[in-house]
Design a binder for this molecule. Structure first.
Ligand code: DAH
Length: 348
């Protein structure tokens, strides 16, 4: 028995010295402490021994097994550590290498312009409201003083969904009617509604079948055109620079009386005349006017007691002017380079 133990010890001592890789560990484990290993072999013919002898053999075998297991596990740890060290050495980070550029998003320039409008109007106490893009003829036209057959409907031909009554709104003005009806002729109103609008236009540099308007409505008592002028003045200065001048030009909209076009002085040439303002020194950015009493009445407000003004900015037009964009389709294609360029411009 002693001889056998000695032999195992000697063999193990020389085998463990030759261990170099993890596979050697697997092999040595199998050879000595595995199911069919030397130690199991040692305790194989226990039946031939007395109880006392069995105890003794069991003890010796156990001690041997523990020692061998411990040595193997030390060796295994050593190899694993070497492997990790090796890996760390190979994966060392070269801090002098330039970093990878992480692509970074930028807000869409149209959204940004709309948000600027919202911020200024909210500071003037306006609510920002939403309205449906699929609209009824009743709201899009009738309640805005555009009965069927009205010639001003021609300029707002749009897409119809079912029959003649359901359409993609051609303007955000129907939201005026909706908000007035919601307030039941009882409360003053200050709201803007930025949103998508649709027209049956052929797309080109200045036309798009889908575009964005920012509608506005103020209803209260004793409102005059000068309130509209003052409001427009603030908006123009905040959005296009403090030295911006404003002017009204007479116009016509069925839902306002009187109606105006609201112009800003050209921020490019400061009024001298250039290609942006077509040499007039002025740029139109919104239609507006005093809410037509017929509209107030149809939407539940008594025109004897209430009046107000309304306006409709072209969001793309404002963004195009602000960011010097010459094609409206720029907002709707998916070329990220454009957003990047405009973002940079804005950051200057
Ligand atoms: N909805 C008009 C358009 O699409 C713009 C507009 C003009 C809106 C005057 C208004 C307004 O609220 O008062 O051309």
């Amino acid at each position: 028995m002693d001889d056998k133990v000695k032999e195992i010890q000697n063999n193990f001592a020389s085998d463990i010295k030759n261990v170099k890789k993890l596979q050697d560990i697997v092999d040595i484990k199998a050879k000595y402490i595995g199911k069919n290993g030397c130690i199991t072999e040692l305790t194989k013919n226990m039946r031939d021994y007395s109880v006392e002898e069995r105890k003794e053999i069991g003890k010796i075998a156990n001690e041997l097994k523990n020692k061998i297991t411990e040595s193997i596990s030390n060796e295994e740890n050593r190899i694993n550590k070497e492997l990790i060290d090796e890996k760390l050495k190979n994966e060392a980070i070269d801090v002098s290498l330039p970093g990878l550029e992480i692509p970074c998003g930028a807000p869409n320039i149209l959204e940004k312009t709309i948000e600027e409008f919202e911020t200024v109007f909210m500071s003037l106490g306006y609510d920002v409201v939403d309205g449906p893009e699929v609209e009824e003829d009743h709201y899009n036209f009738e309640l805005l003083n555009l009965p069927k057959g009205h010639p001003a409907r021609d300029a707002q031909d749009t897409f119809y969904l079912e029959g003649e009554d359901l359409l993609l709104r051609s303007q955000t003005s129907p939201v005026q009617a909706r908000v007035m009806l919601q307030n039941k002729g009882e409360k003053p109103i200050r709201m803007i509604c930025p949103g998508k609008t649709y027209r049956r236009d052929d797309d080109d540099a200045t036309h798009s079948h889908q575009f964005t308007q920012i509608e506005g409505l103020l209803v209260d008592h004793d409102i005059s055109l000068s309130d509209l002028k003052g409001t427009f003045d603030i908006i123009a200065k905040k959005l296009f620079g403090e030295d911006t001048k404003t002017r009204f030009r007479p116009s016509y909209y069925p839902f306002t009386e009187p109606s105006v076009e609201m112009d800003i002085s050209c921020f490019n040439c400061k009024g001298k005349g250039c290609n942006i303002c077509k040499n007039t020194g002025w740029i139109t950015i919104s239609g507006a006017g005093m809410v037509n009493p017929n509209v107030l009445k149809m939407c539940g407000y008594d025109p004897e007691k209430w009046n107000g003004f309304a306006f409709g900015f072209g969001a793309e037009r404002c963004a195009m002017l602000k960011y010097d964009i010459n094609d409206i389709r720029t907002f709707y294609n998916t070329d990220l380079r454009e957003i990047k360029v405009f973002d940079r411009k804005d950051g200057e």
